[in-house]
Write a protein that binds this ligand. Sequence first.
Ligand code: AMP
Ligand code: MG
Length: 453
Amino acid sequence: MTRALTLAEIAAGLQGYDPQALRASDVGAFLERLVAPVAETEALGLFEALGRVLAQDVISPIHVPPHDNSAMDGYALDGRQLLPDQALTLRVVGKVLAGQAWTGPVHAGECVKIMTGAPMPAGLDTVVPQEFTTAGTDGITVPAGVLSAGDNRRFQGEDLRQGAVALSKGELLTPAALGLAASMGLKTVPVFRRLRVAYFSTGDEILSLGEAAREGAVYDSNRYTVFGLLTRLGVQVIDLGVVPDTPARLEAAFLAAAQQADAIITSGGVSVGEADHTRTLMKQLGDVTFWRIAMRPGRPMAVGRIRAERIPALSASRADTASATSYQNESNPSPAGAILFGLPGNPVAVMVTFLAFVRPALLRMMGCTRAAPPLLRAISTEPIRKKPGRTEYQRGRVTTAADGTLQVATTGNQGSGVLSSMVQANGLIVLHHDQNTVAPGDAVDVMLLDAVM
Ligand code: AMP
Ligand code: MG
């Protein structure tokens, strides 16, 4: 494996990179260089593999379907007997059900009753559906003009050819992919191990659920949205709670996270004006850079790597070490440390930065090579104020207009702390960096939330 790039090396390789005025559209390129797929793989039974990422190409060991077969319930015949303007009467010499094979001969003027999925008898290439035929004393009659040679026959290997790549490394195992793997007779598939992501909320004003409300404090909502977003992504989540703005507590949380997890997501404490210790600790514990992204909501964000080992000098210099929470983290030590995504504190900013930046980066760490879901185009039913020079994500509700076109309207208060408008939204309207105010009737890009969470 090649050595991981330092943040300075990544920055040097990106044209026009400015951490203080980063375009939202440039974040992806940085993160793509920062993160790499996990190395370890495992073989999993299909029921365990849903949502996991294939670690190797899967070659089909067989043809699927394994034999030419009927696509209909009807009668199998030799299509050369069909004439353009003439009905065809055929004697029925037997019956073949799905799972059986017809071994007897079928002569000219004869046909075999066949069920959907049953193998085509040798020499027959066409199936007339039951409902097209009329039954008489001489057999069945196919009217003129209802059937062409080759109709209603499925070919051996028309789904998968033996020896061909059926599923590719980096593919997310969807319900359809599980079914395809099963159709090849595979009991297990090779997948990347599950990604482990630790998260905690920071801030002295943040209350855990169950704590009594107090003046100036708010309940922690970010841990719940982050939990939901991560769980939908299919990673293993490691919840480290709410961590107060105390150096020893923060250090213990970062270490616990870096030792157990591949990635760490924090919320709060990354904006420039912060009087807290979060930024300082992040810098001391790893290779971390702080961004101001030209976007709304969002803006401040920290990214980098957090080391997994304690820095003795740092801890010894502090009197509050003894009060640090100790975390049990003996399982799965990750000596290389973990990727840090330090998100802003505002609840909607957390969700937007996660969906815009963190999710694609985590998918890459999971080994997934699938392209991001396409943005929809929808007609805005209202004006949306927008200044060029930053990317804006507005919470919106996409509906289908009477004429079938997609339309979108914002869902009320767009404050970066207002989660209720996020709950009402089914999409994020993406107003790009150079885009100006939107007029009613203008088309806008929308990230459909059902596709990403
Ligand atoms: P910060 O980025 O730390 O300045 O936080 C910005 C705003 O988000 C402040 O109003 C915080 O109180 C709020 N906030 C930070 N963390 C959380 C959280 N976990 N849950 C709810 N609100 C939060
Ligand atoms: Mg704060």
